[in-house]
Design a protein around this ligand. Sequence first.
Ligand code: SIN
Length: 312
Amino acid sequence: MQLTAAIQNFNFDHILLNAAGVMCQTKAELDTVLASNYTGAVVTKSATPALREGNPTPRYYEMAQNLGTINSMGLPNAGFDYYMDYVSQKQTDKPIFFSIAGLSKQDNLDMLRQLEASDFDGLIELNLSCPNVPGKPQTAYDFEATEAILTEVFTFFTKPLGVKLPPYFDIVHFDMIAASLNKFPLAFVNTINSIGNGLVIDPETDTVVIKPKAGFGGLGGTIVKATALANVRALRDRLRDDIKIIGTGGVTTGRDVYDHVLCGADLVEVGSQLAVEGIGVFERLETELATILAEKGFTSLDQVRGQLKTIV
Ligand code: SIN
């Protein structure tokens, strides 16, 4: 069974990996994801130039019945140099995605200049969609700002770069972001980040369940699957073929992975369910995916990718 993918000259022997934010903040966590026989790659926690503690706790909550999660982590990370040190020491056959999420355009440009000048030979993810830093908007909801930063980035950046996007909810917005992204030599887009600024209430106490931003936080897990699939599908339909898609959001079963691929995802990231279930999730999901493919008589994901049918 061929459960593989490629982005430019990077080959992935498995299509699953962690979503930035889960099991990727420390070197030990990154090693755990890399060591799994069922991951195709690892993505680092989105780095800021300096270490950040993130938002006050509680800042993460799992809803009952595996409905989903809400988080307002606020980009806790060990700082750009820590992840640069990790990738420069690491000997691995698996591709590494180095994710960055500066708190300003200048932060991002500075980190990208350092990545460009470094020996790092993996892929870079520019996260333009974190909803959890108080006072900082999600850049990729501002189409002009997104285009402005990418225009500046590609005056000097030559390594394989992708962007992590927030969910869009309007067909015109799908058109607008895709038209913008198609102007640049992007290697991939990652869709979706959490659905920003949801609110979950504890019915016993009538209080919000996380502390930052008075309870507002990013939604993940089961409840975001339909939105994630819509974004994967809409962007696959609109982006140039050479811009690959990483589908993220709502993956708790092999069927969810299959659905992401059906909508056009090349790779699939697991966030909430990795937090809930731990590293064993990758083996379970890949086994379930392989079973579905076998039952349908497919031998390769290439026979499924983007093949979603519509009703005529
Ligand atoms: C966070 O650290 O708040 C989550 C990361 C993200 O949404 O990009």
